[in-house]
Design a binder for this molecule. Structure first.
Ligand code: CMC
Length: 427
């Protein structure tokens, strides 16, 4: 028998198996705990709870390591493409040349949206936040593509996964076009996944749009950096929604809604807004003091992470990509200087050092996206676009597991105990 964890409760002793993963902390299998002891565990925020078994992504937060199917994020960002990383996440192995070509062709065939969806967009207020549009339109996909929503059928799951990955750039670009009052641009399947997205976003029917290779590469790398991130809030939301048997379009819409929050994907928008508010480096100390003040709700956005207690490896790649984008566009942004100085000052401040608060993926991404031409409201949309592959891969992994159950957490109830209803004239 393997290692066991011992627990004493109510004068009796219990033993629970300790399960080992391929790497990372072991877990105590407490599935029989309630049946044996009549007790639940209490872990709001899941700080010590593994909610599932997964073979997709591994993070070592102390060492600042992120692996997709075993491959370090730095290597994927440097050598792979978003399409290849997507294949890897979905299928477990890097593709051969032929497999990659077939996968890219399949995704390319699904880039168009049902034409009636254009009417759906026009129902939104012109000033709607693009994330609100994303939640609505992605949820609505299930009303348009019902021929692929039998989740028990692996072929249906595959088709709907491909559709989601392929259509997300079209949906995101249309959300942008709608917000700026420009006509929607149809996909051009002669372009790469990322080149096509840039053209649908920044192109106009009146003139030819030329994709700048350096920007296409940078954008593709940004997509790779956001592709998956283990059991974060939005991925857990997708899994929980999917555990009830909901269709994948509805599940991804739930993930998008969760991602929107400023503690999660919305942090890239919040980080750039914060840098704009700080403005010049001389104002940084004031904001660092505010971030440290427990009576002030202000936090340094793009700083800190639930899992990383070291430099987020994605932030390192993001910083070098930022320099490449500036070089390619021959631009600079004074906010980059402010960001670098803020990082330097925070990382030498005992508050941030002791709490192990480092820049995360969102700290520099806003400056790059802004240089490429995206408004802040689109930042989280781009995160959602890229994370869709991770959500879909995690959802598929969960549904393919024959032992999968509906997710149903328990609670520590602290409300009133049973009492009798009192007629209104007696209250
Ligand atoms: N600025 C100032 N103090 C902070 C910050 C920050 N950005 N982040 C954490 N702290 C403090 C926090 O006040 C707490 O202090 P104490 O122990 O004295 O109460 C301590 O550090 C631990 O923070 P926590 O909120 O308990 O940690 P958490 O794991 O629940 O939160 C987090 C993680 C990412 C929500 C948080 O660090 C944060 O709000 N950061 C800013 C938002 C942000 O950048 N989010 C993007 C995350 S990366 C992309 C993604 O996954 O979506």
């Amino acid at each position: 028998m393997g290692d066991q964890a011992k627990l004493s409760a109510g004068g009796a002793d219990f033993e629970y198996p300790i399960l080992k993963g391929s790497v990372g902390p072991d877990v105590v299998d407490i599935r029989k705990l309630y049946a044996q002891t009549g007790k639940f565990t209490f872990d709001p925020g899941f700080t010590s709870t593994a909610s599932c078994e997964s073979a997709l992504t591994y993070i070592d937060g102390d060492e600042g390591v992120l692996l997709h199917r075993g491959y370090p994020i730095g290597q994927l960002a440097e050598k792979s493409s978003f399409m290849e990383t997507s294949y890897l996440l979905l299928n477990g192995e890097l593709p051969s040349k032929d497999e990659l070509t077939t996968f890219e062709n399949t995704i390319t065939r699904h880039t168009m949206l049902h034409e009636q969806l254009a009417t759906f967009y026009r129902g939104f207020r012109r000033d709607a936040h693009p994330m609100a549009i994303m939640c609505g339109v992605v949820g609505a996909l299930s009303a348009f593509y019902h021929d692929s929503t039998d989740i028990a059928d692996p072929e249906h799951r595959k088709i709907s996964s491909h559709r989601l990955i392929a259509k997300m750039p079209t949906i995101a670009a249309m959300a942008y076009k709608y917000s700026v009052g420009q006509p929607f641009v149809y996909p051009d399947n002669s372009l790469s996944y990322t080149g096509n997205f840039l053209r649908m976003t920044f192109g106009v029917p009146a003139e030819e749009y030329e994709v700048i290779p350096a920007i296409e590469k940078a954008m593709d790398r940004i997509f790779i950096l956001h592709a998956d991130h283990e059991q974060n809030a939005s991925t857990s939301t997708v899994r929980l929604a999917g555990s009830s048997g909901a269709n994948p379009f509805a599940c991804i819409a739930a993930g998008i809604a969760c991602l929107w929050g400023p503690a999660h994907g919305g942090a890239n928008e919040a980080a750039l807004n914060m840098l704009k508010e700080i403005g010049t480096p001389d104002r940084i100390p004031h904001y660092i003091e505010r971030a440290k003040d427990k009576n002030d709700p202000f936090r340094l956005m793009g700083f800190g992470h639930r899992v990383y207690k070291n430099y987020d490896p994605r932030a390192t790649v993001m910083q070098s990509t930022l320099r490449e984008v500036f070089d390619a566009l021959k631009v600079t942004d004074p906010l980059f200087e402010t960001a670098l100085r803020l990082e330097e000052l925070a990382l030498s401040d005992p508050y941030f050092v002791e709490k192990k608060l480092f820049p995360n993926v969102d700290f520099y991404s806003g400056i790059i996206l802004s240089a490429i031409g995206f408004p802040t409201t689109m930042f989280t949309v781009l995160f959602a676009l890229a994370r869709t592959v991770g959500w879909v891969a995690q959802w598929n992994e969960m549904i393919s597991d024959p032992g999968q159950k509906i997710g149903r957490p328990r609670q520590l109830y602290t409300g009133p105990t049973q009492r009798d209803y009192l007629a209104i004239d007696k209250r």
